[in-house]
Each structure stands twice: as structure tokens, then as C-alpha cells.
Design a protein around this ligand. Structure first.
Ligand code: NI
Length: 389
């Protein structure tokens, strides 16, 4: 039983929603139009409850099954926000908003979960409760965490959560998932090197923050290469260096910006500790004062082994035994669904987007042919996870 017949019937409608979202991209928490349409449709489908304004602009729909002997509650989550990128496609439904586009396929994620909500509200062929969660601000705004601060998991009694993201390079109709770390934790740091400025011809009267920064950048390379176990993963990248603006002036300060990506809480802690220690001690060696602001962003997206097994089995029911890759390596990108996976067991899966441009590329487009597979997966997570009595 691959794609659900009724879901196949809904595909044109789902594609129309998706393309409408695509034409009207909105950023971060400012997803008022999208959230408004989502809420309106959930009501139209006959959801038992529709709640708006969670995490500012998040929307939740409650769909009760025919019975509730199991008392189980499964959450399905999609993201709604676009990116500040100028679209470079020539599709007829190209972004109408200059400088904004759905370059990560969240238009498709929203449309697929809406399609699943329509199907589930129509059929109710399960024993328990399905909660559909539409979050704002996945792209760096922590919208999932904002919805959680507004109580989304407790208020609806959500016991397990599932997330899905399209992935260019994986064939349409196929899925990829792995137990454990699926996406990285993403942290950022700002290092300020305070030296002593002066005339470039009298370096002995100064403490040169540019020279200190050069040593610091080199020393930071040793975190991944010499502190982290070679069988573990870590990225420490200094991505911005700012100091001075003259040929003949040694500046007073230098500022370095960078990112840290890790796949386990232990390696994450290690990287933070080592970066701070190296910064302090390199600074001391040269007589400069070095400050580190280390800002923890999205945590590791950690798939629960049992729920991953369950989601993979359901994906196989949609895509066939060979349509689910269980050996996909983790990505060093980050995902804020990770906040939900810290609080509830669940899993996050990639759905093939075919041979398209990569996500966050101006020529990217969500592949509508993937929709029926994604919608069927959502529906079957609910119907298989909470079988009708
Ligand atoms: Ni995304």
C-alpha cells in the first residue's frame, strides 16, 4: 500500500496551496498571511480545535480519532517561514515579494501537513488524538522553542513528535532517516581582542590585536583536529574578522565571528570549553584582553531509536522496502525541531526532493511530486501509531 488513494486525489489541491504559499513568502515570526490561511483551512476541515498565536504566529490543530481508548497523542510538525533570498527561478508561481523566497521548501512542508490534516479530519480512522503543529521562525528564530514556551507540548498532551524535511539529491518517493544525531547543534561565538592601538611604525608601543587574532584563528583549528575524538564530529569555523581600516594604524581591537557544529552534547561542551580557554590563554600570551561570547543555538536533532524504527517502518509502507535509506549520514546543518525532540521522543525524516537545486539556493523549488508521499507518511504515522479499534 504506497500512496493513500484519497491523498492522491487531494494532490492538485495541495499543490495549489503550496504554490500560493510560494508566491507569498514571509520571514521568521512575520508569517501572518500563511498562519491565517492555515488556521482557516484547519477550521474548514473540521478540526476539533484550532489554536493560533502560540509562539507569536504558530498554529495548532487538534484532530480526534473515531475513538480514544488508547489515550495516545501524536504531534506532527511543519515549518512555515521563508528566507531573505531573491528568487532566481522562472516558475509561474515565483515569489511576488522582492528579496524573499521559499528556498527551503517550508511552503511544501506546510502544504503537506495541511493535506494530512484534511485527510485525517475526514477519515478519523485512528484511536487517539493527532495534533498538527505549524511553527514560525525555523530559519534562525527558534520558533519551535517559542511555541514550547507557550506550552504547545503540555497543553495538548503531546506524547511523541515527528518532523519531516525535504532533501534535494534524494529521489522523489524516497526517504532517509537514522537513529541518534540527524542534524547538528549550531552555536555561534563572538571573540573580542582588546589590544593597544598605535602608530604602525612603532609596533613595540602597541599590543597588536591583528597579530593576536592571527594566532588565535590558527590555534582554534586545533579544537577539531586535536581535542575532539577523530571518530566524533565537530566544525569550528571563524567566518568573519574585523580590525582596523588604515594602512598605518595598529587598531585597538579586533572582532572574530564564527560557528560551531557538533553532533553530541559532550563534544558541544568540549568545543565551548576549549574555545574559551584557547582565547583566554592566547590573549594572555600576547598581553591582550580577549573576551568570548558563546551563544548556544539549536541543539542536536536527536532521533529516538524506537520512534526512528517506527517512522522508518511507516516510510517503507509508503515508499517500499528499498525506498528508505537508513544509512544516511547526519548533516552539520541545524534544525529547531531539535528543541521538541529534547522534550519528547520522536524522529525527523528526510523526504526526497529529486534533482533540484539545494536548499537555501536562489534556484531551489519544492518538488510537488513529493507531496503525496509526504502526506501519506503523515497520515500513516497516525493510523499505524494509533490503530483504529
Ligand atoms: Ni528548512
Amino acid at each position: 500500500m504506497p500512496i493513500i488513494n484519497r491523498v492522491a486525489d487531494l494532490t492538485d489541491e495541495i499543490t495549489a496551496w503550496r504554490r500560493d504559499f510560494h508566491e507569498n513568502p514571509e520571514l521568521l515570526y512575520d508569517v501572518h498571511r500563511t498562519a491565517g490561511i492555515v488556521a482557516e483551512k484547519l477550521k474548514e476541515f473540521g478540526c476539533d480545535e484550532v489554536v493560533t498565536g502560540l509562539g507569536q504566529t504558530g498554529v495548532v490543530g487538534v484532530i480526534k480519532g473515531r475513538s480514544n481508548a488508547s489515550g495516545r497523542v501524536i504531534g506532527l510538525r511543519a515549518d512555515m517561514d521563508a528566507l531573505p533570498i531573491e528568487e532566481a527561478t522562472d516558475v509561474p508561481y515565483k515569489s511576488k515579494v522582492p528579496g524573499k523566497m521559499h528556498a527551503c521548501g517550508h511552503d511544501g512542508h506546510t502544504a503537506m501537513l495541511l493535506g494530512a490534516a484534511k485527510y485525517l479530519a475526514e477519515t478519523r480512522n485512528f484511536d487517539g488524538t493527532a495534533i498538527v503543529i505549524f511553527q514560525p521562525a525555523e530559519e534562525g528564530g527558534g520558533g519551535a522553542a517559542a511555541m514550547m514556551r507557550d506550552g504547545v507540548l503540555d497543553r495538548f498532551g503531546i506524547q511523541e513528535v515527528y518532523g519531516m524535511h525535504n532533501m534535494p539529491g534524494i529521489a522523489v518517493g524516497q526517504f532517509a532517516i537514522r537513529p541518534g544525531a540527524m542534524m547538528a547543534a549550531a552555536d555561534r561565538f563572538v571573540i573580542t581582542v582588546e589590544g593597544k592601538g598605535g602608530h604602525a611604525a612603532r609596533p613595540h608601543d602597541t599590543i597588536d590585536p591583528v597579530v593576536v587574532s592571527a594566532h588565535l584563528i590558527t590555534a582554534l583549528q586545533s579544537v577539531a583536529s586535536r581535542n575532539v575524538d577523530p571518530l566524533e564530529s565537530a566544525v569550528v569555523s571563524v567566518c568573519s574578522v574585523k580590525a582596523g581600516d588604515a594602512f598605518n594604524v595598529i587598531p585597538q581591537t579586533a572582532t572574530l565571528l564564527g560557528t560551531v557544529r557538533t553532533l553530541s552534547p559532550e563534544v558541544r561542551d568540549l568545543c565551548e570549553t576549549r574555545i574559551k580557554s584557547i582565547a583566554e590563554h592566547v590573549g594572555n600570551a600576547f598581553g591582550a584582553k580577549v573576551g568570548v561570547e558563546y551563544d548556544r543555538g539549536y541543539p542536536v536533532t536527536m532521533n529516538d531509536p524506537d520512534k526512528t524504527g517506527f517512522m522508518a517502518e511507516v516510510a517503507k509502507a509508503v515508499a517500499g522496502e528499498s525506498g528508505v535509506d537508513l544509512t544516511v549520514p547526519p548533516l552539520m546543518g541545524a534544525e529547531d525541531f531539535s528543541f521538541m525532540l529534547e522534550e519528547r521522543p520522536g524522529a525527523y525524516i528526510f523526504i526526497g526532493n529529486g534533482d533540484t537545486a539545494g536548499v537555501h539556493h536562489p534556484a531551489y523549488d519544492f518538488n510537488d511530486e513529493a507531496s503525496p508521499y509526504g502526506v501519506s507518511l503523515w497520515a500513516k504515522i497516525v493510523e499505524t501509531g494509533m490503530p483504529a479499534r
